[in-house]
Design a protein around this ligand. Sequence first.
Ligand SMILES: [Zn+2]
Length: 70
Amino acid sequence: MNPATHLAPAAGIAAIPIRELLPWVIFAGLICLLGVYFVGAEEGATSIIKGMYVHEFVHDSRHLLGFPCH
Ligand SMILES: [Zn+2]
């Protein structure tokens, strides 16, 4: 069997309509924004959860993304 034909996409793949996709895109965007909040702003005056638990949990991600910390 030719590997190129084996990996070729199957004909007849149905396209997902934008109307069905849009709520999931919005949901994923909100989850991403929530993640950016917890990594970048969950500290000090903008903190929702008391204590430093969330900050310490995402600390390496915070530095990786370049948010100021200490
Ligand atoms: Zn830090």
